[in-house]
Design a protein around this ligand. Structure first.
Ligand SMILES: C[S@@+](CC[C@H](N)C(=O)[O-])C[C@H]1O[C@@H](n2cnc3c(N)ncnc32)[C@H](O)[C@@H]1O
Length: 649
């Protein structure tokens, strides 16, 4: 039985450095000597594709290297389950994760890389009033716990990023860039990300996304009109936001983003369908139903082979040969026109006497949906979003910057399939969760959401935050934005159920909170080596529950946090089967030599009954075994029954 050390992959979040190297090695094995990259060889293998000019096109800012590295450094954190704050813990597949999204995105890599269909984010716009989270390269988890007031703050305070700071855009880019890189990793190949931003940072965001996603993966810059009237304290008042859309990869068929082809059309509207009618014709209405009439002629200029498009077409009712009007030509080649004629797809007027036929486009053959214009039409404004939240909370101005549910529902419709995973890692008040639940209720979808939100403190002594702080106090919750979001999701779940009584879909969510790992790293205190040795015997930090450790194992082995877990008592010990036997965990604190055999045999029998498809990992608590005999016996019995991947922590 091998002990999981703090440095083992099983104790860490994904190591993206190592994964990148593996990918490179698979492509260019010749460029590796003794496990290291030989740049001279790589350069030769890449031929002329290297850009070695000193001055390059692109975005540069102070800290870019560090930001890139930050995205690749594994997290030392974990996600602790909080069933008490969740809704329908046992059955739900939705996740609400409280914590700094950089660390959370790292922790999610193993379980969700390449699995997310849609990401929507609405980061701080960097207006000078919103605070931009400063990452700490050395120990971001400690930094996070301090900044969010969860451990002694040592005088550190969350401050907003003001233009006077001299590092205004740099701070924002340093915050965004590693998060964008990690976000891309989570997307499926046909995945898409929508990013809300205003004019303050849209130019920087576009360039940063060009690097993180590739400019060829840019899909569109959507414009959302967020307010009706322009703010009158300016000569020109901005009334719109941008929503940048990027895909994960380029289509194999063309150089377009795959996301562009994977985006959904909007449902057809009655107004659009009304253009299709039943038209009278000499031999009765067409049995194929309603159609729309399309011009068969075009201006005879510009790039067209006009001569070949100027031929005669016979009117079947009058036998007259007709030609396109002066200055025009047919839109279709002669053979295409013959085919339209043969198939009765040319309309010659009520009495069949038209001199220019029209092409029939049948409703039954029309596009199944409608194109969304890039300036989003008929969308609610910010003030409507504020009102939606006011109705849910029963209070005004609890949270200042919510998006309207209908806007996010539109994005969820455009970018997701009916059952994929969707993610918002700047969740704010949690509008995205409401939008996903309401869209699922409307179209019967089974989209699962993952939301991440910092427990950004709200302070009753700050006049801007007083209402929020009082609201949290009324609820008996800690004063922070993550609490506001959870409350909003709980209340909107109830509202969605009320509005859709027949909807049997998932309105629950599992809450997890970011914290430092449950496992004590081997970090000997040189002045007290004996004490350090004793501490390392109990690998699990004091105060951490069995469930805390169980979910850390699950996360670091790359299993879904929403996976069902079954617990049984075997030989008096609690044993958990995760994902129908993919992982079996027993974290009991004591296993004697006498208990080892019945425990092992019981596990073997349960494993057989579960019959999981792939290999099963088994994890025990190292300090539980009262001696080598217990450990060896248990391992041997498991091995004899094909369970070889047995580890301890
Ligand atoms: C503009 S708001 C999002 C509003 C949201 N779309 C809504 O409709 O309610 C941005 C949110 O991101 C959160 N945030 C900022 N930095 C974060 C970080 N590092 N990790 C997680 N959340 C963060 C802020 O607390 C803030 O609530």
């Amino acid at each position: 039985m091998k002990k999981i050390a703090a440095t083992d992959p099983e104790a860490q979040s994904a190591n993206l450095f190592a994964e990148n190297l593996e990918r490179l090695k698979a492509l260019f094995p010749e460029a590796f000597t003794e496990g290291k990259v030989d740049f001279d060889v790589l350069r030769q293998l890449l031929g002329g594709a290297l850009d070695e000019r000193e001055e390059k096109y692109g975005l540069n800012w102070h800290g870019k290297r560090a930001a890139r590295k930050l995205a690749l450094t594994p997290s030392t954190g974990t996600l602790r389950p909080c069933p008490g704050e969740s809704v329908d813990w046992e059955t739900t597949k939705n996740l609400f994760i409280e914590g700094d999204n950089l660390e959370v995105l790292k922790l999610l890599q193993k379980s969700y890389a390449g699995k997310v269909k849609l990401i929507y984010i609405d980061p701080p716009y960097n207006t000078g009033k919103d605070f931009v989270y400063p990452d700490d390269f050395q120990d971001n988890i400690k930094n996070y716990l301090q900044l969010t007031g969860q451990v002694d703050s040592e005088g550190r305070k969350l401050t907003s990023n003001t233009e006077a700071s001299g590092r205004f855009h740099t701070d924002w880019l340093n915050m965004m860039y590693p998060r964008l890189k990690l976000a891309r990793n989570l997307l499926r190949d046909d995945g898409v990300i929508f990013i809300s931003v205003d004019s303050t940072e849209v130019a920087n965001l576009r360039l940063a996304c060009g690097e993180a996603f590739g400019e060829e993966c840019f899909v569109i810059d959507l414009i959302w009109r967020k307010r009706d009237g322009a703010p009158n304290d300016r000569r020109i008042g901005s009334v719109h936001d941008h929503i940048l859309v990027y895909g994960k990869s380029v289509s194999a068929m063309s150089s377009r983003s795959m996301a562009e082809d994977a985006l959904n059309l909007m449902p057809r509207t009655e107004k659009a369908d009304a253009e299709y009618q039943v038209f009278r014709e000499p031999d009765g209405p067409d049995t194929r139903g309603r159609f729309r009439k399309i011009d068969t002629t075009a201006n005879a200029k510009g790039g067209r082979d006009v001569a070949s498009l100027h031929y005669g077409v016979r009117n079947p009712y009058t036998n007259e040969i007709v030609y396109p009007r002066d200055g025009t030509c047919w839109r279709h080649s002669e053979s295409e026109m013959k085919e339209l004629q043969r198939d009765g797809r040319l309309y010659w007027g009520v009495s069949g006497t038209a001199t220019t036929p029209m092409r029939k486009l049948f409703l039954s053959e029309a596009k199944k949906g409608m194109t969304t214009p890039s300036i989003l039409p008929d969308m609610p404004f910010n003030q409507h979003a504020a009102r939606e939240l006011e109705i849910l909370y029963g209070k005004k101005s609890v949270f200042d910057t919510p998006k309207p549910v209908r806007l996010l529902r539109l994005l969820a419709h455009l970018g997701s399939d009916s059952a994929g995973i969707v993610l918002d890692f700047f969740a704010g008040s949690g509008t995205f969760a409401e939008a996903v639940m309401s869209l699922n209720a409307e179209d019967g979808g089974r989209r699962r959401y993952i939301l991440v939100q910092l427990p950004e403190p709200v302070d009753k002594d700050n006049s801007d935050q007083k209402i929020a702080a009082d609201f949290c106090a009324e609820l008996g919750k800690p004063g922070n934005i993550a609490e506001l979001a959870k409350e909003r999701i709980r209340r909107s779940g109830v509202a969605v159920r009320g509005e859709n009584p027949m909807f049997a879909g998932d309105l629950g969510f599992r809450v997890f909170k970011l914290d430092a790992t449950n496992i004590t790293p081997w970090d000997p205190d040189r002045t007290d080596l004996a004490g350090s040795l004793l501490n390392s015997l109990e690998h699990v930090k004091p105060g951490r529950s069995e469930d805390d450790v169980l979910y850390e194992v699950l996360l670091k082995l790359g299993l879904d946090l929403a996976v069902p877990i079954e617990t049984r008592e075997i030989a008096g010990k609690r044993v958990h089967s995760v994902g129908a036997g993919a992982l079996i965990v027993c974290l009991d604190t004591s296993i004697t030599a006498a208990e080892a055999e019945p425990l092992a045999l019981g596990i073997v029998a349960w494993h057989k009954a579960l019959g999981p498809a792939g290999e099963t990992s088994l994890v025990f608590r190292d300090s539980a075994f009262d001696g080598d005999v217990a450990k060896t016996n248990l391992t041997l019995i498991l091995q004899q029954n094909g369970l070889t991947n047995v580890r301890s922590l």
